[in-house]
Design a protein around this ligand. Structure first.
Ligand code: NYM
Length: 221
């Protein structure tokens, strides 16, 4: 029917430093939208469930070493394998099909993490962006804003690679150069409830725009 052709789901991406609260907020947002009766799924990158994802996971846990360029391309490959695939037997589990069938995806990290983290190691930013070209562009990027110092105070970091204050300072700088005026920046030091409320507002607004027929587009716009 007409409704199902014209209304697609929204691609919502949450970005921010480690410990900014992205994962809790995506969980809360998912629960809220689901309870409101929306078709919604909660995704994250890296998706550690695929073969590529397992290589990434092992690298992040310091169980394997990889050249900085090589790991960058694996993070990107991990997004490509979830984008859309005409030869896949499992089309319905991929991003484009989900969005077109009306499901909104809340994605915890995306290409911006890829570029921010790798360029913070000294890789050229344009080189970092190149493998992301052609991936689906988010309809909304929400940046949960917290200083690296404040983030580090939140119960300390785990054992994974990159979870160090000095490195996170560089990542914060890289995010700043990636940000454009379309990003919604939310102060991540507000209470969990206040962040949640602000997040809901920008997300519902974006879902409405997609519902009204905004076309899907590709990176980088
Ligand atoms: N990360 C994540 C990257 O370096 N590049 C990427 O493309 C993505 C998606 O992986 N410190 C880094 C950021 C995080 C780490 O993410 C694992 P998480 O959200 O802790 O699972």
């Amino acid at each position: 029917n007409k409704e199902s052709i014209s209304s697609r789901g929204a691609l919502i991406v949450l970005e921010g430093l480690d410990r900014c609260g992205k994962t809790s907020q995506s969980g809360r947002l998912y629960k809220y939208l689901d309870e409101q009766g929306h078709s919604v799924e909660s995704w994250r990158f890296p998706d550690r469930n695929t073969g590529v994802g397992q290589m990434i996971s092992s690298y992040l846990a310091n169980k394997s070493q990889l050249d900085d360029h090589a790991i960058h391309l694996l993070f990107s490959a991990n997004r490509w394998e979830k984008r859309s695939d005409s030869i896949s037997e499992n089309m319905q589990s991929l991003m484009e099909e989900k969005l077109k069938s009306g499901t909104t995806l809340i994605v915890d990290r995306y290409s911006y993490s890829g570029v921010a983290f790798s360029s913070s190691k000294g890789l050229d930013i344009e080189w970092c962006k190149a493998p992301e070209i052609g991936l689906l562009a988010p309809d909304l990027v929400v940046y949960l804003d917290i200083s690296p110092e404040k983030a580090a105070e939140r119960g300390g970091y785990g054992d994974e690679r990159y979870e160090q204050l000095e490195f996170q300072k560089k990542v914060a700088g890289s995010y700043l150069s990636l940000r454009d005026s379309s990003w919604k920046v939310i102060d991540a030091t507000l209470s969990i409830e206040d962040v949640e409320k602000k997040l809901r507002e920008v997300v519902l607004d974006c879902m409405m725009t997609c519902h009204k027929g905004k076309p899907l587009s590709q990176l980088w716009p």
